[in-house]
Design a protein around this ligand. Structure first.
Ligand code: T1G
Length: 696
């Protein structure tokens, strides 16, 4: 059997010991790696020929953290803090040589070293809160001692990484090296051996002493997290751990940190967030799309339609460095689209979010045009015109005529039949749906809608483009509404029934807000504009009594100052409107409905269970490959709270037996909208969950 390469090895560069971690793909700190580092540190420290130690990694990155796959198992010694204590005890200077992303336990490993050097492109962070936990390897105790309390609180409670220059400025990185990192780290270590310095962050007090007895920085962090991470436990636990770093001796703080991290690791929120972490990555793995599937080079793109969606899509492409031709039919619409793009980037620039680029540099990547012929050089053409099949087919016929052979022709449709649109071209194998979510330059979800004829290469290229422009892709099949909007409609039907039967918009919205959504269906409708749904209903001959009356009154939502709610000048805060309640009462009476008080629990079940039910049918029909894909659609496309893991994970956590029983109850009370999907019946009967479905 082939000898497996050691996960950790130790060699010498002259009089400097080098410990190398080689655990692809991200050098995660598995038990074997931790054991290897411990042995290597002890050996190097005992080596009489070695005057210093460099800790480095093979591959594309320094250690990116603990091995998350080990979290569901009991911790096995040596745990990370045991390894870090051995580094603490080293008599020789230990230098961490950082490239790629030193994250979580990786940064904690580096912080336990005496010195840290990095290449300019390196990034560091403590992203544990994104997994529903807090740093468990001393990060909450050492980082404040390196960068001060405020910066440490910001980094730990947000989980965001920072670049090497910022990290040096803050006090994490001691030197940014040019040229070969290894050579530089060895030379740096040798120099430190000569000057005898062995600074340990655990011994430093200067950056935290000023915060002793102060509540302000912690109160400010709590206020920030109340807005940014509403309902999540981990940020609060992180603040407590950092507060302990200030108020308690180092080892007491370490003990509290470990206690809090261990508690969170076992929490439902962390299980949900770890599920989302892996589901995001799983969603990009599509059967039949492998490393050998050709991925086309996308060097130039074109977007047809400079409206809200087209403009946002053009921004996403341009921000990723892909030049875009933005095509409109009229100068006024084109100018309006460009002005909106510029305004958005100016706002981003004011927040320092353009990553060093200027607004003009970004705008220069978008070439406006009134001629569809200008898409001729594009490798990817994305249509974002009016949501009407006829119009889209006309545009696709023109795209087919002007686009170069081999170009991908994508539609941003949010519900329409991609297979039907593809019939307008002579190249259906090149047609795909790229369903962006508004605002397209912000929302991370991208539903890649695979038509019957869509080629594997077009799917593979769409996945690559999604990653390149910072989107989270989910490949879905063709049906009305694909995955997200099809489930949203199921929820919307119940929201409307609940308001007719006795609830009010503000109660329905509050129930979902309290569950963790950024807003409920009524506030969301007012934000998006009620006229959109109204047009679709009229085209399909559908009626929504209250919503139709609001639209007939010109109440389209925020853009008209009133919709389901009213809005005072320049405010976006929804204000319940008695006029709307009066309309609801009238329409309920007209429909012969005896209204009743409806409790929050029934509202939540009647909103979320039909979504789970529809999700089960989507899986039965093969429109989604896995339940985790559906979870990713809802977390990244509709604001499902990440600490609840997505609708299918949430249903599994509640138990499909209980879900089935509740659906049957609701079916008995409210009709066949709640008839359990066959898949739920089967899994519940087998005592299983969606997570037990075979992986595609
Ligand atoms: N553990 C296990 N597997 C991991 C992993 C990890 N920490 N990080 C990545 N992977 C897998 C991932 O599932 C994928 O697998 C492959 O590596 C490539 O990842 C003690 C307790 C480092 C920025 O949260 O943010 O340390 O799909 O596709 O886009 O206090 O991975 O190939 O089978 O994401 O180049 C803290 C999580 C852990 C970092 C690279 N660390 N990782 O992104 O590749 S908790 C994190 C990332 C902790 C300590 C605590 C990213 C990345 P597969 P990828 P990428």
């Amino acid at each position: 059997m082939a000898e497996t390469a050691p996960l950790v090895r130790c060699d010498r560069s002259g009089d400097v010991a080098r410990i190398t971690i080689a655990n692809p793909p991200v050098n995660a700190l598995s038990h074997a790696v931790r054991s290897g580092i411990l042995a290597a540190v002890e050996a190097a420290d005992a080596d009489p020929e070695a005057v210093a130690i460099v800790l480095r990694c093979d591959g594309r990155t320094f250690v990116a953290g603990a091995d998350i796959t080990e979290f569901d198992r009991p911790a096995v010694e040596p745990v990370l803090s045991t390894v870090l204590a051995a580094i603490d005890a080293c008599r020789k200077p230990v230098v961490a040589a950082i490239h790629g992303t030193a994250l979580g336990g990786g940064l904690e490993l580096a912080l336990a070293c005496h010195w840290r050097v990095a290449v300019a492109g390196a990034r560091v962070g403590l992203p544990e809160v994104k997994l529903g936990i807090i740093p468990g390897g001393g990060g909450t105790q050492r980082l404040p001692r390196a960068v001060g309390v405020e910066k440490a609180l910001e980094m730990i409670t947000t989980g965001e990484m920072i670049g090497a220059a910022e990290a040096k400025e803050a006090g994490i990185i001691d030197a940014i090296v040019d040229g070969d990192l290894d050579d530089a780290a060895v030379a740096f270590a040798r120099a430190r051996a000569a000057d005898g310095a062995r600074p340990r962050l655990r011994d430093r007090e200067d950056r935290i002493a000023g915060a002793r007895g102060q509540d302000a920085p912690f109160a400010a962090a709590r206020a920030a997290m109340a807005r940014r991470a509403r309902g999540r436990q981990a940020p609060e636990y992180a603040i407590r751990a950092v507060q302990a770093a200030v108020e308690r001796p180092f080892d007491d703080g370490i003990a509290l940190e470990r206690e809090l991290c261990t508690e969170l690791k076992a929490s439902a929120q962390s299980r949900a967030q770890r599920h989302v972490f892996f589901a995001e990555r799983e969603a990009a793995k599509v059967p039949g799309i492998g490393r050998d599937t050709p991925v086309a080079r996308i060097e130039r793109a074109a977007v047809i339609g400079a409206g809200t969606m087209g403009g946002g899509i053009a921004m996403s492409l341009a921000a990723a460095g892909i030049p875009v031709v933005l095509v409109e039919t009229g100068q006024e619409a084109l100018d309006r689209g460009l002005a909106t793009i510029r305004r958005n980037w100016e706002a981003t620039a004011r927040r320092g979010g353009l990553g060093g680029a200027t607004v003009d540099e970004r705008m220069a990547r978008i070439r406006p045009s009134l001629a569809l012929a200008d898409i001729a050089d594009a490798d990817l053409v994305i249509e974002a015109v009016f949501e009407d099949t006829g119009i889209k087919k006309t545009v696709f016929a023109e795209m087919d005529r002007h686009a170069r052979p081999g170009a991908i022709l994508a539609t941003n449709t949010s519900t329409l039949d991609v297979d039907d649109i593809a019939t307008a071209t002579a190249r259906p194998e090149s047609v795909v749906g790229l369903h962006f979510f508004s605002p397209a330059n912000i929302m991370k979800l991208l539903e890649i809608v695979r038509g019957r004829a869509t080629s594997p290469s077009v799917v593979a290229t769409s996945l690559a483009v999604a990653k390149r422009i910072g989107k989270v892709p989910v490949v879905v099949g063709v049906c009305d509404g694909f995955v997200g909007n099809r489930m949203l409609r199921a929820r919307g039907r119940q929201a409307e029934r609940l308001v007719m039967e006795g609830a009010l918009p503000q109660q329905v919205d509050r129930v979902l807000y309290d569950f963790g959504f950024p807003m409920g269906p009524y506030a969301m409708g007012d934000l998006a504009g009620l006229d959109i749904g109204w047009r679709i209903r009229r085209e399909k001959g559908l009626v929504s009594p209250v919503a139709d009356r609001l639209c007939e009154m010109g109440r389209f939502g925020q853009k008209t100052g009133a919709g389901w709610y009213r809005y005072e000048a320049a405010s976006r805060s929804p204000i319940p409107d008695p006029a709307v309640e009066a309309i609801i009462l009238e329409e309920a009476a007209r429909a012969g409905i005896a209204r009743r008080a409806i409790d929050d629990g029934e509202i939540l079940d009647r909103l979320l269970l039909p979504m789970v039910n529809e999700g089960a049918r989507i899986l039965e029909e093969g429109i989604a490959l896995r339940p985790g894909d559906i979870d990713i659609v809802w977390v990244h496309g509709y604001g499902w709270p990440v600490q609840e893991g997505g609708p299918m994970h949430w249903a599994d956590a509640r138990g499909l037996g209980a879900i089935r029983d509740r659906l049957l109850e609701l079916q008995h009370q409210h009709g066949d909208d709640f008839r359990p999907a066959a898949l739920i019946e089967r899994l519940a009967a087998e005592g299983k969950g969606f997570r037990d479905l075979p992986r595609p």
